[in-house]
Design a protein around this ligand. Structure first.
Ligand SMILES: Cc1ncc(COP(=O)(O)O)c(C=O)c1O
Length: 393
């Protein structure tokens, strides 16, 4: 059997239609398959490879850390310099109140940790989340995602969770002294790039403060430069009580985090002690990679020309079959009539060396979430391929 057959036979499948490309190398904006065909990457491993594939600084950091030490002990016991250095760098680039970082293995685990922390810190149980939000696939994070199709098969899920209308002033009154936390994606990604009104997010912040409810903003997908600022919440002039990050956080290695004030985070140290534990969270190699990646993002000023790149995409993506394009920096959803149309365009793109995808809760939209290093020529090429795909509809 060849690798593709072995993949289908022995690697657990999550759908009956995986992309099943056999990629043998990736660098910068590009990937190559086993036959030597080159692909331009428009999805960055779903918002992971913000700085491009295999950034040399990240590769170097991984090699050096792997030769120094890898796993030593479960999270939180030893002083591990890659964790310390990354926590310091992250908190130096966050508002003063967000000064304590709990590193996890994934975004879902960061969501789990934040929910537990909010319950412990407030002594309350109710969690409010939003329709069309995505926060992960573990049972806790699945309980708060905002789409019944994906939740329904796994009931019973977490009790005392409410799903309210995103970006609606009417929901604010439902946040009360019973509510431990409100969890929102700053920009709803899997819903097909839905950005709330600034006035709403600010009102949400205010209502949480009034009721002693923690505001958790999930920037696992929209953070780390994706929207043109380091954090998406900067564009709203609000600061969450807990920030969720992941995906691009590890520079291509598995890493997530929930970040809060030291005072709030302290709740996890007692009654019970070890309130949230993980063997591999904050793995030294992942932290070394993540730190090198975030430094590259900042020092190479990768967010500087995101508005111009976004504008170019918006100028080029004009076609009678496109119903709308929603964007926030280099996070774009191209809305078509339906899922079959999207599938046809995706297939055309892949056949022509451009990798794209759809969105979990917006299957009628094409995902354009490229590495932030994409250049003008690559944007023009990608859009030409997409437009030619639209011509086949
Ligand atoms: C907004 C958001 N939150 C949480 C997650 C879960 O992250 P992970 O897949 O690393 O568990 C994702 C993953 O797509 C996400 O997009």
């Amino acid at each position: 059997m060849n690798n593709r057959q072995l993949f289908l036979q022995h690697v657990a499948q999550t759908s009956d239609a995986p992309m099943a490309l056999e990629i043998v190398k990736a660098q910068g904006m590009y990937m190559w398959d086993a036959g030597g065909k080159q692909y331009l990457d428009l999805i960055a491993g779903i918002s992971v490879c913000n700085i491009g594939h295999c950034h040399p600084a990240v590769v170097k950091a991984i090699k050096e850390q792997a030769e120094t030490y890898m796993h030593l002990l479960v999270y939180g016991e030893f002083v591990q310099s890659p964790q310390v250095a990354y926590a310091k760098y992250l908190t130096d680039h966050l508002p003063a109140g967000l000064n304590s970082v709990y590193f996890t293995n994934s975004g879902s685990e960061a969501t789990e940790g934040a929910m537990k922390l909010a319950k412990r810190h407030t002594g309350r149980t109710e969690i409010i989340a939003f329709k069309n939000s995505y926060h992960g696939s573990t049972q806790g994070s699945l309980s708060i995602i905002g789409d019944e199709y994906w939740r329904n098969a796994y009931r019973p899920l977490l009790p005392d969770v409410q799903h309210l209308q995103h970006n609606s002033m009417d929901m604010l009154g439902q946040i009360t002294e019973r509510t431990a936390c409100v969890i929102a994606e700053t920009i709803q990604a899997e819903a097909g790039v839905l950005a709330p009104e600034k006035t709403w997010l600010q009102a949400l912040r205010k209502r949480c403060t009034e009721t002693g409810t923690l505001l958790v903003l999930d920037e696992i997908q929209c953070g780390l430069g994706r929207n043109g600022t380091l954090w998406a919440f900067e564009q709203y002039d609000v600061v969450p009580d807990i920030l969720l990050t992941g995906k691009a956080l590890g520079g291509g290695m598995p890493l997530g985090a929930f970040i809060a004030s030291r005072e709030v985070m302290w709740s996890l140290t007692n009654q019970p002690v070890l309130g949230h534990i993980t063997t591999f969270g904050g793995h030294p190699v992942a932290c070394a990679a993540g730190l090198a990646g975030m430094k590259a993002l900042m020092e190479e000023n990768m967010t500087a020309d995101i508005p111009a790149k976004e504008k170019l995409f918006l100028e080029l993506l004009k076609h009678p079959k496109i119903k709308a394009v929603r964007s926030r920096g280099l996070m774009l959803a191209v809305e078509l009539e339906d899922f079959p149309a999207v599938q046809k365009v995706i297939a055309h793109c892949i056949a022509n060396g451009v990798i794209t995808d759809w969105f979990l809760f917006a299957a009628n939209c094409i995902r354009i979430v490229p590495p932030l290093i994409i250049n003008e020529e690559e944007i023009r090429k990608a859009c030409a391929v997409i437009l030619a795909g639209l011509n086949t509809l």
